[in-house]
Design a protein around this ligand. Structure first.
Ligand SMILES: NC(=O)C1=CN([C@@H]2O[C@H](COP(=O)(O)OP(=O)(O)OC[C@H]3O[C@@H](n4cnc5c(N)ncnc54)[C@H](OP(=O)(O)O)[C@@H]3O)[C@@H](O)[C@H]2O)C=CC1
Ligand SMILES: Cc1cn([C@H]2C[C@H](O)[C@@H](COP(=O)(O)OP(=O)(O)O[C@H]3O[C@@H](C)C(=O)[C@@H](O)[C@H]3O)O2)c(=O)[nH]c1=O
Length: 285
């Protein structure tokens, strides 16, 4: 009998991409995608029941509180979802001998480094979302050993809401946009990440721990926006501005480029260049 894999946050951006990547191609495992209406994973009794029912071999957690600015004022909810619900999820994983594959973020770093960040670099979040996600990581590490925590950055795809979709939407009503150029990182196509998740599970090497994954290369949000309009063939004036001009409620790291040497060597993967994946995504929209 096929063993179960439960995916929490199955109707979010990454959850939908994962669903598409495995759909019709998965022969080894029985994937169960759970949207928030199937499971509010803050509800500990429901989570317990779910584990008892499916006895999953893996739990992939794509659910999170991801509204970075709103989290600054909605602290209780952000920490409930990103820290405490994650702790209880880890406890259930431990109880059922389930491997947890959890997604975290480049926003656990403060952005003061100028060189790509390895997994062992000290964390120091500059906003509430980043702190809640870091606390989630720490809770997992305190509770269990069979976990993969994948930190990723600047996710976009054809699905749900993301920066690419925001830019294309704004282009319908504006003829110029201001976009920040003093925050540098790497855009990541959520479909590329979803493929890596499937790969890690399929070829599980029991090499548990924290991994960094983004697409290859480096960009500012300004570069990212320019590339969106280039590939979408939209004539848009994009003005480069600093974070002090385009002010947001939450502070964001200035530099969050991640070093992917570990995931490439341990998992034996090649990573697409961010512009190639972005072009593919935009032609696919
Ligand atoms: N988006 C990005 O740029 C980045 C994301 N990440 C991380 O990647 C992961 C996936 O992000 P992404 O798919 O983009 O995010 P989305 O916001 O698209 O998806 C998150 C999903 O979590 C669900 N969710 C929130 N709270 C609960 C809850 N209590 N119970 C059940 N489901 C819940 C949401 O449901 P609903 O839709 O109903 O709110 C949503 O479907 C997250 O861990 C995020 O922190 C890391 C780096 C960058
Ligand atoms: C809409 C807009 C945003 N920006 C800036 C604000 C911000 O610094 C940056 C990105 O804005 P967004 O709000 O779209 O993205 P943001 O929510 O900051 O994205 C982050 O989400 C969380 C979940 C993560 O984990 C991070 O890796 C990262 O992807 O672009 C502009 O400069 N001009 C604009 O017109």
């Amino acid at each position: 009998m096929k063993r179960n894999i439960i995916v929490i946050g199955g109707s979010g951006q990454l959850g939908q991409c994962l669903n598409e990547v495995i759909s019709g191609r998965e022969e080894t495992f029985n994937y169960i995608f759970l949207s928030r209406s199937d499971l509010d994973f803050v509800n500990s009794e429901d989570v317990k029941r779910l584990f008892e029912h499916y006895k999953p071999l893996y739990c992939i957690n794509c659910a999170a509180y991801t509204e970075v600015d709103r989290a600054e004022e909605d602290l209780d909810r952000a920490f409930e979802v990103n820290e405490f619900a994650v702790k209880r999820l880890a406890e259930n994983c431990l109880a059922y001998d389930t491997t947890l594959l959890h997604i975290s973020t480049d926003f656990v770093f403060d952005g003061d480094s100028g060189i790509p960040l390895t997994e062992d670099k000290p964390t120091n979040p500059v906003n509430a979302y980043g702190l809640s996600k870091l606390n989630g990581e720490l809770q997992i590490q305190q509770v269990m050993e069979k976990y993969y925590i994948i930190r990723t950055s600047w996710l976009y795809s054809e699905k749900a809401n993301n920066f690419v979709k925001t830019m294309l939407k704004l282009a319908q009503s504006r003829d110029q946009l201001q976009v920040i150029y003093d925050q540098v990182g790497t855009p990541t196509y959520a479909v590329d990440l979803a493929k890596v998740i499937v790969n890690i599970i399929k070829n599980d090497k029991n090499a548990y721990g924290v991994y960094h994954y983004s697409n290859e290369g480096v960009a500012s949000w300004y570069d990212f926006a320019k590339a969106v309009f280039e590939f979408a063939e939209i004539d848009m004036k994009v003005l480069p501005v600093t974070s002090s001009v385009f002010v947001t409620k939450a502070k964001r790291p200035h530099y969050s480029v991640m070093d992917k040497t570990k995931i490439k060597s341990v998992m034996g993967i090649e990573i697409p260049y961010w512009r190639d994946s972005l072009n593919f995504c935009i032609q696919n929209l």
